[in-house]
Design a protein around this ligand. Structure first.
Ligand SMILES: CC(C)(COP(=O)(O)OP(=O)(O)OC[C@H]1O[C@@H](n2cnc3c(N)ncnc32)[C@H](O)[C@@H]1OP(=O)(O)O)[C@@H](O)C(=O)NCCC(=O)NCCS
Length: 392
C-alpha cells in the first residue's frame, strides 16, 4: 500500500483546499479557521502525502530556531500532522514524516521539534522526548510580594517588535526556548476571539527589564489571568512582576503562566503555593548528527573529547562513529573514533536537549558507555532543564 504513497509540496489551489478540508476535520476546526492558519504559515511551508494522485494528508513546517547552550540551532517545528480517516493505518503518516525528514536533511536543517498526539508514530522516525511545556497556576492571594520600585507601563501590543529583543535576551539563556516564527509571535500579540489583550513593560520605557502580556477570563471561582507571554530579566523585574499580579487580587483569583517545571520565578514566593496545572513534553529529532552537535553551545570551561557510536535507521550518514571534540564552548565532529559512547538517535535527542542525563538514559537502555565517557557526557550536556512556553 505504502508504495502508492507520494510525498510532495502543496502545489495548486485544489491541493490547498483539499488539505484544508481534511486537516480541519482531523483537528475538529472549522474551515473558516483554516484560511488564516494557512496564510500565517504560508503555502510553501505545507507538505502533503498523495495516494493515487489525491491529497490524503499533510503537515506544516515552521522554520525557526531553538536555543541550546546559548547558541541558536536552526530547527524545523512540525505541526498539524493529519491523515484523512479513510486513509489511516496504511503507513501514510509514517511516509509523510519520512519524506519531511529527508527533505529537511537535504536542506541542512539539523534538528526538528514537535508536540505529539501519539509518540508511537514519531518514535518510529527517530523523535524522542526533548523538553517540557509546563502550565503553572497560583492563587493571587498567596503571592504576598509588594515591591513597586520599578515602574510599569501599559503598552498597546500593536506588533511584537517591542517585545522581541527582551524575549531573545531571556530565550538564549534557556535551553529549548525558540527563536519564534512570526506566526507564533502573532499569536502572542493578537487575539483570536476578540478578547482584549493587556501588555505591560516592567521598568522604564527606555530600558525595560521585562514584560507581561495576558488576557482575563471568567472561570468558576472568579477571574483568571492567563499569561500569554512573559520575560523577566532582573531581580527587580521579578519582584515587580509578582507585585503587579498580586495587585489584581480583589477580582482575579488565579493566574496561569507557561514555564519550566523548575521555574525559578516561584522561588520568590513565600510558600509553595504555585502548582503545576498541566505539563507536556515536546519531542526532538536529531536530523544531522554532526551538524546538530556543532551548532549547539557547551559549558565554556570544558575541554574534552567523546567517542560516539550512533545508531539511526533512517539516515545512514548518522549511523556511524564520530569523534566529538569540545573546547571553549563549541564542538567539532569528525568521523571515526573508538565508539565508547553508544546510543541510538532517540537517546541522543534526550541527551542533546539535556532533558535526561547519560546515567538516566543508560538505565532505560538508550545508551551504553564506559564510566569515563559517561562522566564526560554528563558535563557536556549539563544545563537548565529544557522547556518552551510555546505550543505549535
Ligand atoms: C495520528 C495520525 C496522523 C496517524 O496516521 P496514520 O496514517 O494512521 O499512521 P500510520 O499508519 O503511518 O502509522 C504509523 C505508526 O504509528 C502508529 N499509530 C498511528 N496512529 C496511532 C495512534 N493514534 N496511537 C498510537 N499509535 C498510532 C501505527 O500503529 C504505526 O505503527 P506500527 O507500524 O508499529 O503499527 C492520524 O490518526 C490522524 O491524522 N489523526 C488525527 C490528527 C492527529 O491526531 N494528528 C497527530 C497530531 S501530532
Amino acid at each position: 500500500m505504502s508504495s502508492q504513497l507520494e510525498y510532495g509540496t502543496v502545489s495548486s489551489p485544489e491541493d490547498a483546499q483539499q488539505l484544508g478540508k481534511l486537516l480541519s476535520q482531523c483537528f475538529g476546526d472549522s474551515l473558516t479557521d483554516w484560511q488564516p492558519y494557512f496564510e500565517s504559515i504560508g503555502q510553501d511551508n505545507f507538505r502533503c502525502i498523495r495516494q493515487a494522485g489525491q491529497v490524503v494528508g499533510g503537515l506544516a513546517i515552521y522554520f525557526m530556531g531553538q536555543w541550546y547552550g546559548s547558541q541558536l540551532v536552526p530547527m524545523a517545528g512540525i505541526a498539524a500532522v493529519g491523515i484523512a480517516p479513510e486513509s489511516r493505518g496504511t503507513g501514510a503518516a509514517y511516509e509523510l514524516m519520512k519524506g519531511t525528514l529527508q527533505e529537511l536533511y537535504d536542506r541542512g536543517v539539523p534538528i526538528s521539534t514537535l508536540y505529539a498526539a501519539t509518540q508511537v508514530l514519531y518514535r518510529k522516525v527517530g523523535y524522542e522526548q526533548g523538553g517540557s511545556r509546563c502550565c503553572w497556576e497560583l492563587s493571587t492571594q498567596s503571592i504576598q510580594i509588594k515591591d513597586r520600585h520599578l515602574p510599569i507601563q501599559s503598552i498597546t501590543p500593536v506588533g511584537y517588535e517591542a517585545f522581541q529583543d527582551l524575549y531573545s535576551q531571556q530565550a538564549q539563556l534557556n535551553n529549548g526556548n525558540l527563536a519564534r516564527h512570526q506566526a507564533l509571535w502573532k499569536r502572542v500579540v493578537e487575539s483570536s476571539n476578540e478578547q482584549p489583550i493587556y501588555a505591560y513593560l516592567l521598568g522604564s520605557e527606555n530600558q525595560p527589564e521585562g514584560y507581561v502580556i495576558f488576557t482575563q477570563r471568567q472561570e468558576t471561582g472568579g477571574l483568571l489571568i492567563g499569561i500569554k507571554d512573559w520575560v523577566v530579566l532582573t531581580p527587580a523585574a521579578a519582584r515587580r512582576f509578582w507585585t503587579f499580579l498580586a495587585d489584581h487580587r480583589s477580582q482575579v483569583s488565579r493566574v496561569r503562566w507557561f514555564s519550566s517545571p523548575m521555574d525559578s520565578l516561584t522561588l520568590l514566593l513565600p510558600e509553595q503555593t504555585a502548582k503545576i496545572h498541566q505539563q507536556e513534553r515536546w519531542m526532538l529529532r536529531i536530523i544531522d548528527v554532526p551538524k546538530a552537535l556543532k551548532k549547539r553551545g557547551y559549558p565554556l570551561s570544558i575541554d574534552t573529547e567523546l567517542h560516539l557510536q550512533v545508531r539511526d535507521d533512517l539516515f545512514p550518514q548518522n549511523n556511524s562513529n564520530f569523534v566529538f571534540n569540545v573546547s571553549a564552548g563549541r564542538g567539532e565532529v569528525t568521523k571515526g573514533g573508538k565508539g565508547e559512547f553508544c546510543l541510538d538517535v532517540r537517546g541522543l535527542a534526550s541527551l542533546y536537549t539535556g532533558l535526561f542525563t547519560p546515567h538516566q538514559l543508560q538505565l532505560i537502555g538508550h545508551l551504553d558507555a564506559t564510566t569515563e565517557a559517561l562522566s564526560r557526557a554528563t558535563q557536556l550536556f549539563s544545563g537548565s532543564s529544557p522547556w518552551m512556553p510555546d505550543f505549535f
